[in-house]
Design a protein around this ligand. Structure first.
Ligand code: CUA
Length: 174
């Protein structure tokens, strides 16, 4: 092996070893962000910064009339605890985990979404009629797994825009 080849290998190893270091030291470089992928999210600082801070969770109306729902799964609950969406419009779900692997299921439907730490999972859902669905965790995630659940309330489409933003965001307190 010649020296030039060895130097290339060493530089590559050094560059790759910097990726975990950026996580530890909280360095944010566009190239490294690209290498880790756009779905990457830091599981340890979900509540502190970025898309999954508390006041950005729950349901938000999009300009085209669809809605986006952001949730965090963590041992042993889903945040928010109750989700409200309008019937008959596309629901873009974005979920991540703060710790273990969880599966968010929608009882009575085929929808099932995996929540992984460090990654944003996306799913496109739609509910044709108003109603209520249980959303249990379907992946054994520890001692409290069997009590880990959330709820989904589907309200009539015309009722949704009349709600206050905080009422749309989560039905946990209502
Ligand atoms: Cu979360 Cu089982």
């Amino acid at each position: 092996m010649n020296w030039r080849k060895l130097r290339t290998i060493l530089l590559t190893v050094l560059a790759l070893s910097l990726i975990p270091a950026t996580r530890y030291y909280q360095i944010d470089v566009p190239l490294l962000r690209w290498l880790r992928g756009s779905r990457h999210v830091d599981a340890l600082s979900l509540h502190l910064a970025g898309e999954f801070v508390e006041n950005n969770l729950g349901t938000q109306q999009d300009p085209d009339g669809s809605v986006t729902v952001r949730m965090i799964a963590q041992q042993y609950l889903f945040i928010p605890h109750c989700i409200l969406v309008p019937a008959g419009v596309p629901v873009h779900l974005r979920i991540t985990s703060a710790d273990a692997v969880h599966w968010l299921a929608f009882d009575g439907t085929d929808y099932k979404v995996k929540a992984l730490p460090g990654t944003i999972s996306e799913a496109q859902l739609q509910f044709s009629r108003p109603g209520e669905y249980k959303m249990p965790c379907r992946e054994f995630c520890g001692a409290g797994h069997y009590a880990m659940r959330s709820e989904l309330k589907v309200v009539p489409r015309e009722q949704f825009p009349a709600l206050q933003p905080e009422e749309r965001g989560s039905c946990a307190a209502h």
